[in-house]
Design a protein around this ligand. Structure first.
Ligand code: FPP
Length: 495
């Protein structure tokens, strides 16, 4: 007998859909007395991906023609998470396909001759991080970083945000993609990111998660960035897991610049954590995540929401004070002295605030398609996007990743002793010294993420289900992140 989410005797199309989803998911749970362990069907997923890579995409992918770098990235990164390397022929094809999407004026488009756009630029650079290498044909030296930086600067808006393309819309997905690429390729500068943290903060909704953007209020044509940002900016739309991942990862990537921002900004980590926790489905939903309140669970949020829990460890706000010590900002009940409804905060700050075993069960029982590949939920078909993000979420649930201070110190010592990575110090003027300090901070923070081996998680189904850990900020393996950053931080900074 399935115990359904109550509909308060007021059925709607939404509650009906929720009911049907719960019925389907319940059928994917093994009987309570079953001793069979859930297995990750690694070989069928690999076959599914190899088919896409070598035989081409079925016609239903036609709508993704403008997402060609994404299709490459989803497949390559899924291989990396499943600990499978690629043969030189397929690497070559991937590099060539990606480089064909590079725009002559900087950045990458969704296909050859397409307009450059921040989203495929991220997918392209991550694909090259996986398949490429330095050298004449390796793909890394063929990235035009100078033009890329100019492209990024051309998208910058007065309020610190960025449009996703020339004349395109503003969206936190684009901001995340820009910051991730700029971090990987040694293109981050205070000038590029000034005001961006305040824009991100303005996207946090009353629920605690983040919306895609916020409303600018132009009161006069002569409005300056500072008056713009001091105006009230309500978030544009509702909190969503995809945007929340992008906003929180951006916030972490921007932390080396927090003392340099012209606009002070803060986010409410307490509301954020509460919202993230509330996105996890109940047992009847097998512990999968939904992307927004009152919507259905979907395998891809295993990463977009599940992946946010690791990011919390990268927030200085939480590292310094702990989530339970944050003062609630808009918590009226707490202000009234009433019970503040915050029993979701675990007394033991060391334990996970989310159910990592349950998320693994959702992916293993419900998100694996019997014919290979992973999916949103049964009975949907598998696709490349869900295959990567279900696997990334499964990996996030298996490995507790966090910034390790010992690791960071070792990287700092290496930075100081290694002249290859201490560029830009020819003249001893103040700006260069400051720039180098910031670069060191960006580099050592990004590469300090490592698995917290003292907090070993249960691998549901046993060791044969273990995946590679993936970097919470980039969704690349730590090895690929390390390789690409070590290379580009030995290259000159942008002009
Ligand atoms: C709603 O779809 C989906 C969105 C509003 C955007 C989702 C954003 C992401 C997944 C992040 C992408 C990240 C990058 C880096 C490009 P829906 O209404 O079909 O789904 P829902 O019912 O689950 O909300």
């Amino acid at each position: 007998m399935v115990r359904h989410t109550p509909n308060d005797s007021f059925p709607t199309s939404t509650s009906q859909l929720q009911f049907e989803t719960e019925e389907v998911l319940a059928k994917h749970l093994p009987p309570a007395d079953s001793t069979v362990k859930p297995a990750l069907q690694r070989n069928s997923h690999l076959k599914f991906l190899v088919r896409l890579l070598t035989q081409g995409f079925p016609t239903r992918y036609v709508a993704q023609d403008a997402s060609q770098p994404w299709l490459v990235y989803w497949i390559l990164q899924a291989f990396s998470i499943m600990q499978v390397g690629m043969d030189p022929g397929n690497k070559r094809r991937a590099i060539d396909r990606i480089l064909a999407c590079q725009h002559p004026d900087g950045g990458f488009g969704g296909g050859p001759s397409h307009e450059a756009h921040l989203l495929p630029t991220y997918a392209a650079v991550c694909s090259l991080a996986i398949a490429g290498s330095p050298g004449e044909n390796g793909g890394w030296d063929q990235i035009d970083r100078k033009k890329m930086y100019e492209f990024f600067m051309s998208l910058k808006q007065a309020d610190g945000s960025f449009t996703v393309s020339r004349l395109g819309e503003v969206d936190v997905r684009g901001i995340y993609c820009l910051l991730a690429v700029a971090t990987l390729l040694n293109l981050l500068t205070p000038e590029l990111v000034d005001g961006t943290a305040a824009f991100i903060a303005s996207c946090q909704t009353y629920e605690g998660g983040f919306a895609c953007a916020s409303f600018p209020f132009y009161t006069s044509e002569s409005q300056t960035p500072s008056t713009l940002l001091s105006s009230p900016r309500p978030p544009l739309g509702e909190a969503h897991g995809g945007y929340t991942f992008c906003a929180v990862a951006s916030w972490v990537l921007l932390q080396p610049f927090s003392s340099l921002q012209s606009q002070p900004a803060s986010i409410n980590t307490r509301n954020l954590l509460r919202w993230l926790v509330q996105m996890q489905g109940l047992d009847i939903e097998l512990g999968g995540f939904r992307g927004r309140t009152n919507k259905l669970v979907d395998g891809c949020y295993a990463w977009w929401v599940g992946g946010c829990f690791s990011l919390l460890d990268g927030l200085d706000e939480i590292a310094e004070r702990g989530p339970e010590l944050q003062e609630p900002v808009h918590d009226e009940k707490a202000e009234d002295g009433a019970e503040d409804g915050n029993d979701w905060v675990d007394e033991d700050v060391d334990s996970d605030p989310w159910n990592t075993d349950a998320l693994q069960e959702y992916v293993l029982y419900a998100a694996q398609h019997p014919a290979g590949g992973l999916r949103d939920k049964p009975p949907k078909s598998a696709d490349a996007y869900h295959t990567l993000y279900c696997l990334s979420g499964l990996s996030a649930a298996q490995h507790k990743m966090k910034p390790e201070s010992g690791h960071k110190k070792a990287l700092e010592a290496l930075w100081e002793s290694n002249s290859d990575i201490s560029f830009g110090l020819e003249g001893e003027n103040e700006k260069k010294v400051l720039d180098d300090e910031i670069k060191k901070e960006v580099y050592t923070r990004a590469l300090s993420w490592a698995e917290d081996l003292s907090k070993k998680r249960v691998i549901v189904g046993g060791e044969q289900n273990r995946l590679n850990a993936t970097h919470p900020l980039f969704n690349l393996t730590v090895t690929h992140t390390d390789g690409v950053m070590a290379y580009f931080y030995g290259q000159p900074a942008p002009p």
